[in-house]
Design a protein around this ligand. Structure first.
Ligand code: SF4
Length: 490
């Protein structure tokens, strides 16, 4: 090994020497131990396609107008989440932290919480603070309910009754060892509705949308469809004008983006006529809570991607609200069908591997089948109770039998694809290395797209989102299959 290393000159490494050639430690290929390939046989996750539970709760909390998450844990639990948001959205994300050190690990985080919450509210005047626990605070056993009461008492003492009671504090318990970012977001949806939604006494003739961890472009597409139908809706955790904001001089100090769901809107969600959770694992808990508590009918999933799922969503909205599906949306559907027919010779019978968060992986699987593609492997990074049955139900309609990995990692997916070659992979940026290794194109979609710009602005949901995803898919296949002949392909 030592003979492969370049000597480092005494005066330092020059700029042109920075790119060091990668050499394998062992030149010959060492086959993997087949017993250790399935994730179920390992206690270690290799190349995970998921992240930690507080991430989902912080995503949710930032979707509130003048909302700030407060993370009860060490700084690292916040820093890497902020970094990931910046990578995906190219926007800053303000998140407060209790700054745990050794003393908090021994004596608990009560002092950090009360002092931190006081500083946050006095300096930033938020409307709502999402209190997000972490592995450490949960293991220490921080009694967050009593901490919140103590912090409130302190605020009232210092700021007076009105101002001390004004900011809402919503507790979301997110011990990361008990689930992924998906679970964190799902828990946040329930926690916000439990804490803020009021009784079902003044019908507002609106619907609630719990969108899940979709992109700003998806939320704009959703609003476009609802606007075309003339439907009024509340959207919980509307990150569209938080993570994709105009560059303008700040109108207020401290600065908050203009977007986000207002506290008053969440309070009124108990008066809506129906709730639509677009992703069953990211908001389903909140929709079920409203159904149990206020008897508001809940429609949970599937994500409105592709033709059938978008049809289903619009049909349900139409039935619930009594609004017609307008010609403009039918035209969008027709355009997607036309585009599918125009590109069928590129997609038909192509073998595809799909991975990502469970709801988007399920939505993409149906769309891929609608395009005539054969799903060879479908993977969710987060294990859910329904993922396997959902995928089997979809592919069964089309006569396919893919490998279904429910709650696995990209190592298992990669090793599986070595024996089951595919033409294309659809997933997020975490799959870039395995696509390179397998020498197939990667079409990026989902939450963690951080090695391309602008993806968060473009939708994958709705008929127009389908057109966009299909264009990406076909272009990737053409680039890969005919790199030199782009002018003569269609
Ligand atoms: S896994 Fe636990 S310790 Fe690690 S960043 Fe997430 S909450 Fe913090």
């Amino acid at each position: 090994m030592s003979s492969n290393c370049q000597p480092i000159p005494i005066e330092g490494i020059a700029y042109n020497q920075l790119k060091i050639e990668k050499k394998p430690i062992v030149p010959e290929y060492v086959p993997r131990d087949p017993v250790l390939v399935p994730k179920a046989n390992r206690t270690v996750v290799v190349n995970p396609s998921r992240t930690c539970m507080p991430f989902g709760a912080m995503f949710a909390g930032l979707g509130m107008h003048r909302g700030l998450p407060f993370v009860q844990g060490a700084q690292g639990c916040t820093t890497y989440v902020r970094y990931t948001f910046c990578r995906i959205f190219q926007e800053p994300a303000s998140i407060a932290n209790a700054s745990f050190h050794e003393d908090a690990a021994v004596f608990g985080g009560r002092k950090n919480f009360i002092e931190g919450m006081r500083n946050l509210i006095v300096r930033y005047h938020p409307d709502v603070v999402t209190v997000v626990t972490t592995c450490s605070s949960e293991i220490i056993g921080d009694d967050m309910v009593s901490f919140i009461k103590a912090a409130r008492k302190r605020l009232i003492k210092e700021l007076g009754e009105e101002e001390g009671n004004r900011p809402k504090l919503v507790l979301v318990n997110t011990p990361s060892f008990a689930g992924s970012h998906i679970v964190g977001y799902d828990r946040a949806s329930r926690a916000f509705l439990e804490t803020l939604a009021q009784d079902h006494s003044k019908p507002n003739n609106r619907i609630n949308i719990l969108p899940g961890m979709v992109m700003p472009g998806d939320l704009r597409e959703l609003k476009h469809m609802l606007r075309e139908m003339g439907v009024d809706a509340y959207i919980l955790f509307d990150i569209s004008d938080v993570f994709d904001t105009p560059l303008m001089p700040p109108q207020t100090l401290p600065y908050y983006p203009e977007g986000g769901t207002r506290v008053a809107e969440v309070e009124d969600m108990g008066n809506s006529i129906a709730t639509f959770a677009l992703c069953q694992n990211e908001g389903g808990l909140g929709a079920r809570y409203l159904e149990q508590k206020f008897e508001i009918p809940a429609f949970i999933g599937p994500m409105p991607m592709g033709v059938k799922n978008t049809d289903l969503f619009l049909k349900r909205v139409s039935e619930v609200t009594g609004r017609e599906i307008p010609k403009s949306l039918k035209d969008e559907r027709g355009r997607l069908l036309d585009f599918m027919a125009d590109t069928l010779h590129h997609t038909m019978m192509k073998r595809v591997a799909i991975f990502g968060d469970p709801d988007i992986a399920t939505g993409i699987t149906r769309f891929a089948c609608e395009l005539g593609m054969e799903p060879v492997a479908v993977m969710s990074g987060t294990k859910t109770k329904t993922f396997t049955a959902d995928i089997e139900g979809i592919v069964g309609e089309f006569g396919f039998k893919p490998l279904i990995l429910n709650g696995s990692d990209l190592f298992e997916l990669e090793e599986s694809l070595k024996t089951m070659p595919v033409d294309v992979i659809i997933g997020n940026s975490k799959g870039a290395d395995i696509a390179k290794e397998l020498q197939v194109p990667l079409v990026r979609a989902g939450l963690f797209v951080y090695d391309r710009v602008g993806y968060h602005k473009r939708p994958v949901i709705g008929y127009r989102g389908g057109e966009r995803l299909l264009a990406d898919l076909v272009n990737a296949i053409m680039d890969f299959s005919y790199p030199e002949e782009r002018t003569q392909q269609l």
